[in-house]
Ligand binder design. Structure first.
Ligand SMILES: [Zn+2]
Length: 327
C-alpha cells in the first residue's frame, strides 16, 4: 500500500516536471537542466610506511621515490593496488570497506618478524627471520590474503575462533588465491593453488595448498608436516586458545578451502566469474560472525541458485565441492 502511494507520488512528480520543462523557452530549459557531472570513478588510496625494524605503527610515511627504491615497499604497493582493482573491477567494491577506505601498510615491521597481519585497521609486514621465512611481501597471495581479512571484517565479520575462525581464514585463502589468479590471468587449471610458495624458504615448501590440502609442506625441519584436513572426517578438534590455534583456525580452514577448490575446478574457467562470485555474495550478504561450515555450505548453494539459476552448472559445482569436503 505504502509502495503504491509512493509510486503514484513519484509518477505525479515526473509528469509535472515534464510539463514544467516543456513549457519553458529554450534558454530557460538549458539553465534549469541538471548539470551532469562526469562520474568520478573511485581510485585506490594507498599509503606505505616503514617501521624501520621497530614496533611503532604506522611508522614513517614513505615517498614515491623511496617506495621505488625499497623492494618490500614496492611489492606491497603493487599487491595492494591489484587487490583494490580486483574488488572494484569484479564486485564494484570500493576498497575493503566498500566506501573507499585508505589502505594503510607498514613494511619492515619489527626484528626478524615472522608474519603479515591485518590488525583491524592496517596491514603489517615483517621481513622474516631469513631462516624459515623470507620477507612477507614476497608473495602476492599473502598480501591479498591479509587484505581479504579486512573485507571479511566489514562483511560477515567471522569471530576468530573455531569454525567461524576457520571460515575467516578460508575466505582469506580463497580470495588470496583468486586475486593471484586474476593478476596472472590464470584459469582454474593453470593455477598452482598454493598460498605462500615463496615466503617459506627452501624448495618445495608453501604455507597452504587449496588443491592438495595437507601437502603444502612435508618433512619441514621445523614445522614437520602440513596439518590441514581436506574433509570433515579429519576435522581437528583443538582447544580454543593460542596453543590450539583458537580451535584450529589455520588448520580446519583446509576443509572449506578444499570445497572451494573442487567447486571452482568443476565450474571451470576463471574462478572469480563462477564460484568466486558465489563466495563473495555469501560473505557479504548471507553469513555472520557465528556462521559455521554448514551455514557456509547452505549460503553458497542458495547464492549459486540466486546468481546462476536453480539446477545451473555452478550450483551443481558448489554442491560437489561441499560433498568432497564431506559436509
Ligand atoms: Zn589469515
Amino acid at each position: 500500500m505504502i509502495e503504491s502511494l509512493d509510486n503514484e507520488f513519484r509518477n505525479y512528480r515526473f509528469r509535472s516536471d515534464r510539463k514544467f520543462f516543456s513549457a519553458l523557452p529554450e534558454a530557460g530549459r538549458k539553465m534549469m537542466a541538471v548539470t551532469r557531472k562526469k562520474a568520478v570513478s573511485p581510485k585506490p588510496v594507498i599509503e606505505i610506511y616503514s617501521a624501520a625494524k621497530g614496533y611503532s605503527l604506522p611508522g614513517k610515511k614513505l615517498s614515491s621515490a623511496i617506495i621505488n627504491k625499497d623492494k618490500e615497499a614496492r611489492l606491497v604497493k603493487n599487491g595492494v593496488k591489484h587487490t583494490w582493482n580486483f574488488y572494484y573491477n569484479i564486485f564494484k567494491r570500493n576498497s575493503i570497506d566498500g566506501s573507499g577506505l585508505a589502505l594503510v601498510n607498514t613494511v619492515h615491521y619489527g626484528k626478524r618478524y615472522n608474519n603479515a597481519i591485518w590488525n583491524g585497521r592496517q596491514m603489517i609486514f615483517g621481513d622474516g627471520d631469513k631462516k624459515v621465512f623470507g620477507s612477507f611481501t614476497t608473495d602476492i597471495d599473502i598480501i591479498t590474503h591479509e587484505l581479504a581479512h579486512g573485507v571479511t571484517q566489514y562483511a560477515a565479520n567471522f569471530d576468530y575462533e573455531d569454525q567461524p575462525g576457520a571460515l575467516n581464514e578460508s575466505f582469506s585463502d580463497v580470495f588470496g588465491i583468486m586475486i593471484k589468479q586474476y593478476v596472472l590471468n590464470q584459469d582454474v587449471n593453470q593455477s598452482n593453488w598454493l598460498i605462500g610458495e615463496n615466503i617459506m624458504l627452501g624448495d618445495h615448501y608453501a604455507l597452504r595448498s587449496l588443491a592438495a590440502t595437507g601437502t603444502a609442506f612435508l618433512n619441514h625441519p621445523q614445522w614437520g608436516n602440513d596439518p590441514q584436513p581436506a574433509n570433515m572426517d579429519q576435522y581437528n578438534d583443538l582447544p580454543n586458545n593460542e596453543d590450539g590455534d583458537y580451535g584450529g583456525v589455520h588448520i580446519n580452514s583446509g576443509i572449506p578451502n578444499f570445497a572451494f577448490y573442487i567447486a571452482a575446478k568443476e565450474a571451470g574457467g576463471f574462478a572469480w566469474k563462477t564460484i568466486g562470485a558465489v563466495w563473495y555474495a555469501a560473505l557479504t550478504e548471507s553469513l555472520n560472525n557465528r556462521s559455521d561450515f554448514h551455514e557456509a555450505k547452505n549460503a553458497t548453494i542458495l547464492q549459486a541458485r540466486k546468481i546462476f539459476g536453480k539446477g545451473s552448472k555452478v550450483e551443481k559445482a558448489v554442491k560437489k565441492g561441499w560433498k568432497a569436503a564431506k559436509l
